[in-house]
Design a protein around this ligand. Structure first.
Ligand SMILES: [Zn+2]
Ligand SMILES: [Zn+2]
Length: 488
């Protein structure tokens, strides 16, 4: 048997459900076993046209910088699969794996699933950008089960006039009145959580936009996959590029592209960096339980690939951080503040609909605050966080505080003479203009923070040579970066 085919047979079989979970990223023992296979593969020859590519990356996966990363080699298989114009369906392990990985890379869409049958719940969904309405809304009277005449306006949460996220319907005023004692808790809770989620999502996008700390250079679409190219650090470090600046909106004139690029790869940040703001709003909704959930995304409308120097990152291979919130009524709700990177339009929905439509596998669940504690630990560890990166993170943490301060002040202004109540704010009859006011104040506060560092010209990235070799250093001037090399 050809050595390439033998290598592909070492992958878990994509035709069985078991393989449909975490593959090589799973248990440690499995990864180690696979590493031995890769090592053996390095000794082989083959006529397969992809042999050289696979060998090169097997070398990196076993001995190189990524030898601790179970996902590295998998991301290379995914890269290979996406680069093919056609993958023959000849029953070989290679073709099966490539078809399977191409499917993952293109968004794990139920409709394109190569091996297993399409789950029935997702059939008939019109657009991957929306959760299907039939999964989210009851179509019959909540009291008597007959027709749908009107919706309770108290808890109607809509994405746009045609698309409801939460909707309770009744056939008559009598049925509505009969249902009220039982409905009133859920009615208020849905309205508050819906508004809180949309506002938090908009605040997160705003936060990323103003405090942008990547260096995007280009954006392109190919075969339904979005590619984001970043400028390399070397290129920036010779010129002393500012570490924080506004997102280059000109590169993404279309709104969908902008929303995707500004949040891609940042779902962890949505929970870490926004934690104080999330807690501020969610506390007001009196939810008895809020969990952080990490999932593998499914039915992704816009899968993305980020290319940063030598490293390529696939949004489809990352886990998505989101929240699962239990309302006082017992109803479970999903909140995903960074889902715009997948082209998902709503940041909130019933958990059951979300799970059926957008979750491929649940990787981890933990109480809220778990990932930000881990993140903080990593930040303190000098072997895991470079000093310049720490500087960026500290600045952004300061920006969160500034933003929250502005939000609190604005909400206070809406309630003269009374104590601050977020719950009251989230239940306001006329909510739109106060919510816009909150966003405006948040933007002003964040922009003022960035203007300060711009004016003082701190937080620029330079190269610096140390005894340990070449390192990036964030200093205010080129002179402050010790021993700046002219060229690498
Ligand atoms: Zn009825
Ligand atoms: Zn209601």
């Amino acid at each position: 048997m050809d050595s390439v085919e033998r290598l592909f047979r070492a992958f878990p079989n994509p035709e069985s459900d078991e393989a449909a979970t975490r593959e090589l990223g799973g248990s440690d023992g499995r990864f180690r076993k696979f590493t031995v296979r890769l090592e053996n593969f390095l000794q082989t020859t083959s006529n397969d046209p992809d042999h050289a590519f696979l060998k090169k990356h097997a070398q990196v996966a076993v001995f190189g910088d990524y030898c601790q990363d179970p996902q590295y080699f998998r991301s290379k298989i995914l890269q290979l699969a996406l680069s093919k114009t056609e993958i023959p369906n000849d029953g070989s392990a290679k073709s099966n794996q490539l078809r399977y990985h191409r499917w993952i890379g293109q968004g794990r869409k139920d409709s394109d699933r190569p091996f297993l049958p399409i789950p029935s719940a997702s059939q008939g969904s019109s657009s991957l950008a929306h959760l299907p309405a039939h999964l989210m809304n009851t179509q019959t009277c909540a009291t008597c089960g007959s027709g749908d005449a009107f919706a309770c306006t108290g808890c109607l949460v809509t994405l746009d006039p045609g698309h409801a996220i939460f909707k309770t319907v009744y056939c008559s005023k009598e049925c509505q009145a009969a249902h009220w004692p039982q409905h009133k808790t859920s009615c208020a809770a849905r309205k508050m959580i819906g508004r809180a989620a949309f506002l938090l999502r908009d605040l997160f996008v705003l936060f990323q936009d103003v405090n942008y700390c990547s260096n995007m250079a280009q954006f392109r679409e190919k075969d339904g996959v979005m590619y984001v190219f970043h400028k390399g650090h070397d290129e920036q470090a010779f010129r002393g590029t500012p570490l924080i600046r506004a997102f280059p909106r000109g590169l993404t004139p279309a709104e969908d592209d902008y929303y995707a690029c500004v949040t891609v790869g940042r779902s962890g940040d949505s929970l870490n960096e926004l934690k104080p703001v999330i807690e501020f709003f969610l506390k007001a909704t009196f939810c008895p339980q809020i969990e952080e959930i990490q999932v593998d995304p499914r039915n992704v409308h816009r899968p993305m690939v980020e290319i940063i120097e030598q490293a390529t990152q696939y949004s489809m291979l990352k886990t998505q951080f989101m929240l699962r919130v239990r309302l006082r009524s017992g109803e479970e709700v999903a909140i995903d503040l960074a889902g715009t990177q997948f082209g998902w339009q709503e940041p909130v929905g019933p958990w059951a609909a979300w799970e059926t439509q957008r979750v491929y596998g649940q990787v981890q669940s933990s109480p809220i605050g778990f990932s930000s504690a881990q993140f903080q630990q990593k930040l303190e560890d000098p072997t895991r966080t470079a000093p310049w990166h720490k500087k960026v993170t500290r600045f952004r943490q300061g920006q969160t505080k500034r933003m929250l301060g502005a939000i609190v002040d604005t909400i206070k202004k809406q309630q003269p003479g009374t104590d601050l109540s977020i719950a009251k704010f989230l239940k306001l009859r006329d909510y739109k203009s106060p919510a816009d006011e909150v966003l405006r104040a948040a933007r002003q506060a964040l922009e003022a923070g960035v203007a300060e560092i711009e004016a003082s010209k701190v937080m620029r990235l330079y190269w610096s040579a140390t005894q340990m070799g070449l390192q990036y250093q964030a200093t205010d001037t080129k002179e402050q970066a010790k021993h700046v090399p002219e060229k690498v």
